[in-house]
Design a protein around this ligand. Structure first.
Ligand code: ATP
Length: 144
């Protein structure tokens, strides 16, 4: 069935980043479809998240079968495997997903993600490091 609710978001990869992202979006009231290729990860998060399915996101046919193309936004939260991340973004591009967000672990990784069709690229580790640095400095100023 085609989802007409554009608040739905697909999260691919339930590592540390992906599971927090999926949990926060769920708390914010969004319908979340979480996808991971590991049956253990799927099992682990199935109690906390509404919809968790096992699939290899590099397989366009598998994504199509899950109805991923009906969601307006998809986040590729895979980090360690550049190959899996890039091939997943490529599959989503081929499906015509309107808003593809992807996690990069390096500048080169980010360039490849953009070149295969990612609309938004985020760097969770770099962004968190930067934010915490500012937090530490601002807290230090409080005590001067
Ligand atoms: P984090 O830092 O968020 O914990 P990580 O870098 O340690 O992530 P990754 O290798 O990025 O770990 O994997 C994150 C999740 O993505 C894992 O649960 C893994 O099973 C899943 N994953 C990896 N490849 C695919 C794929 N092709 N399809 C679906 N899920 C995948």
């Amino acid at each position: 069935a085609r989802s007409t609710d554009d608040s739905g978001i697909v999260i691919i990869g339930l590592g540390r980043f992906g599971c927090h992202l999926a949990g926060s979006l769920t708390q914010l009231g969004h319908e979340v479809l979480a996808v991971d290729r590991s049956p253990d990860r799927v099992q682990r998060w199935s109690a906390q998240l509404d919809r968790v399915v096992q699939a290899d996101a590099t397989e366009e046919a598998a994504l199509r079968q899950l109805g991923v193309a009906d969601f307006g936004r998809v986040v590729v939260a895979i980090g360690a495997s550049v190959e899996a991340s890039v091939l997943s973004v490529l599959a989503l591009t081929e499906l015509g997903v309107p808003q593809i967000w992807a996690r990069a672990t390096s500048e080169k990784h980010a360039k490849i993600l953009a070149s295969v069709g990612a609309h938004h690229v985020v760097f969770p580790e770099a962004e968190t490091g930067e934010r915490v640095a500012h937090l530490i400095v601002s807290r230090m100023l409080d005590f001067i």
